[in-house]
Design a protein around this ligand. Structure first.
Ligand code: GRF
Length: 210
């Protein structure tokens, strides 16, 4: 399976996906695309000899034109499956349709709670006792879509948004590669919005030594 990764920033989740695919016989990271020319993740991908491409969204007056360029580059590189990893642009409906059920995103909250930005600050302010991250299939609604996996941590009395972000990011780095593996190793079946997890898939997801 040829994988494309979309980033906008440091790409710490991208790094974990790259590392997890290095020894996989079913998955190959084909290209990393960033909408941000200054994304640090681009440098890392280059160091790992992975093809990179900057498609600066500021150069496109219409969202759909940007989406079409991204889609064109993905097709040119024979990408089969897409992972958003710290990608901060919203995809248009047509793009989502083209990658329907072949497109994952990771979000730093226990969806459906705390969609959108500043999730850790909002979670602390709301008084909830747990936080975490979610990997889901991408749909046109922001941070919506069938959930593949989640990881959870407590919000401790002395946690602030920085300390909580650190804890959750560590979980993201463990969760995302597992969720991708479910697709590259064909351990889940997806039909429309219904996901069927094989026994092996449950084993992979539960093998969660944080
Ligand atoms: C992560 O919390 C991710 O969930 C969110 O952006 C943050 C940075 O991601 N989308 P990365 O380090 O760029 O992978």
């Amino acid at each position: 399976m040829k994988i494309g990764i979309l980033i906008s920033g440091s790409g710490s989740n991208m790094i974990k996906l790259i590392e997890s695919c290095q020894n996989s016989k079913n998955a190959f990271i084909e290209i990393v695309i960033s909408n941000n020319p200054d994304a640090k993740g681009i440098e890392y991908a280059k160091l790992k000899n992975i093809k990179t491409k900057v498609i600066d969204h500021k150069e496109f007056s219409e969202r759909e034109d940007f989406d079409n360029k991204v889609h064109e580059v993905l097709l040119e590189n024979n990408v089969d499956f897409l992972c958003n990893a710290g990608f901060m642009r919203i995809h248009g409906e047509k793009f989502v349709e083209k990658w329907f059920n072949k497109h994952l995103n990771i979000h730093p909250s226990l969806l459906p709670s705390f969609k959108g930005l500043n999730t850790h600050e909002r979670a602390i302010k709301s008084g909830v006792k747990f936080a975490g991250c979610t990997v889901h299939l991408v749909r046109s609604g922001v941070d919506e879509g069938p959930i593949i996996g989640q990881a959870i941590t407590s919000i401790d009395i002395n946690d602030d948004k920085i300390s909580l972000a650190k804890k959750v990011l560590k979980l993201e780095h463990k969760l995302y590669p597992k969720c991708l593996k479910l697709f590259t190793d064909k351990l889940v079946k997806v039909k429309n919005n219904k996901i069927t997890f094989s026994d092996k898939a449950i084993e992979v997801l539960n093998d969660f030594k944080v």
